[in-house]
Design a protein around this ligand. Structure first.
Ligand code: GDP
Length: 458
């Protein structure tokens, strides 16, 4: 079929104003969706904090919590009871429940929050690639205990790398949880000391604005300052700021680019009823309605969208930018759509390419990156073999100003413009057009070595 001839449904859609449609269907009735990633050094107390928060927000019933308490007592790890709340989620995830991870979602007055990473997982980095590249905001958890904060923040700790990674993947707002302050007698001085050190790092090296970062004294273990103002006298005597949930409540939800052309990226493919093929994925931009004819890239196959179900909307024949969806497709075979495929409107196909220019942020690597360096390219949940084929220039990490043309190699913690080549054609966009399809991470021998943004398609 011709690519340019619109179906009757499409000409109907062409008359719609995406923003007005979105407002009509969602704005009034719906809570704002927020994807939040929880980051920080191992043992900072991420699992305990989030488990306790979910419990307090009513996501875990008393009976289950009691069971965890009994079980953890039995194995002599009473303090782990809350962390187990999240481990359960971890199990559910490995069983493949990707659409509705019940336990790691919670609602505040105005927001529906999805926790993107099961913080119980010790190895955070691989999870980040599928999860946190979709994060809108981050909670950075640090252990306030004397000596522990220093270990996590200074040499070898993960605090800095996680913060840099989150920022490279598009996170612009952050809550810094100064956790375990119970261990420090709720000392104001300790809280301020830590806040100042982190603030200097986040503004100077990570590139976050001070106004977009909030510092919260907490204890994930005792539950102090999680969902209500402090009750502890020592903390009450000097702190009158927001509790953790207030901070989450005040995060600005990301803008939903509903007026841009449709890009629905596929994260899973499974068999639907009769001959339908079901895909799950995320509408990165634009909007889509059941009945539309769509183009699958890079396969260049056409299909009809029979139905679309949104995770976060009760009514569902239309899905908008930001929605996680399951779409039922007719007129194609399952082998013609894959992880990393992008569904778009036939009149406005997503760019497909194998070579592009990108700005890289290099992490703490051991071996410098040179020309011809083989890597695995990760974008959302897609991965592909790739190679750094050209080092154009090394650039300043925060300003982007060129420091040296044609460098011989890229050292750890540097930033550079490079040409990348992937083994097979993939769907990409410039970062400035569609962030979600314009950013990626690079891995090598099981480690994340860089994050990047696509600046030019060759
Ligand atoms: P994660 O690796 O960041 O997920 O950390 P965990 O949640 O597993 O916690 C690591 C250890 O710190 C456990 O022994 C917890 O009981 C302890 N812990 C966590 N939160 C607190 C807290 O707020 N205060 C104190 N004193 N200990 C905590």
């Amino acid at each position: 079929p011709s690519l340019s001839k619109p179906s009757p449904r499409e000409s109907h859609k062409a008359k719609l104003d995406p923003v007005a449609e979105y407002e009509k269907e969602r704005k009034s009735s719906q809570k704002q969706c927020l994807n939040m990633v929880v980051i920080g050094h191992v043992d900072a107390g991420k699992s305990t904090l989030m488990g306790h928060l979910l419990f307090k927000m009513g996501q875990v019933n008393q009976k289950t919590m009691h069971k965890y308490e009994q079980e953890s007592k039995k194995v002599g790890k009473q303090s782990f009871a809350f962390a187990w709340v999240l481990d359960e989620t971890g199990e559910e995830r490995t069983r493949g429940i990707t659409m509705d991870v019940g336990l790691s979602k919670f609602e505040t007055k105005t927001k529906s929050v999805t926790l993107l990473d099961a913080p119980g997982h010790k190895d955070f980095i691989p999870n980040m690639i599928t999860g946190a590249s979709q994060a809108d905001v981050a909670l950075l958890v640090v252990d306030a205990t004397r000596g522990e904060f220093e270990t996590g923040f200074e040499s070898g700790g993960q605090t800095r790398e996680h913060a840099l990674l989150a920022r490279s993947l598009g996170v612009l707002q952050m809550g810094v949880v100064v956790n375990k302050l119970d261990n420090e007698g709720w000392s104001k001085q300790r809280f301020e000391e830590i806040s100042h050190k982190i603030s200097a790092f986040l503004t100077k090296h990570v590139g976050l604005r001070d106004a977009d970062v909030v510092y919260i004294p907490c204890s994930g273990l005792t539950g102090e300052n999680l969902i209500s103002p402090p009750t502890n006298d020592a903390l009450k005597s000097w702190y009158s700021g927001p509790c953790l949930v207030d901070v989450i409540e005040k995060f600005r939800p990301p803008e939903r680019p509903v007026s841009k052309p449709l890009r629905l990226s596929v994260t899973d493919v499974f068999k639907g009823v009769s001959s339908l093929v079901n895909v799950s994925g995320k509408v990165e931009c634009g909007f889509v309605q059941a009945g539309e004819r769509l183009l699958i890239m890079p396969q260049a196959e056409q299909c009809i969208l029979k139905a679309v179900a949104c995770e976060n909307a009760s009514s569902g024949m239309t899905a908008f930018a930001g929605d996680q969806v399951v779409a039922s497709l007719a007129g194609i075979e399952a082998q013609n759509v894959s992880l990393g495929s992008v569904l778009c409107e036939p009149q406005c196909p997503v760019p497909v390419a194998t070579r592009f220019v990108a700005r890289l942020v290099v992490f703490g690597i051991e071996i410098p990156i040179t020309r011809g360096f083989p890597v695995i390219f990760h974008q959302n949940s897609m991965s592909e073999q790739a190679m750094v084929v050209k080092l154009i220039a090394s650039v300043h990490r925060s300003t982007g100003e060129i420091l040296k043309n044609k460098p011989r190699c890229l050292l750890k913690n540097s930033s550079a413009l490079v040409v990348l080549e992937v083994a097979r054609p993939i769907c990409i966009e410039l970062y400035k057009d569609v962030k979600e399809l314009g950013r990626f991470t690079l891995r090598c021998s099981g480690a994340t070595i860089a994050a990047g943004m696509i600046t030019e398609i060759l």
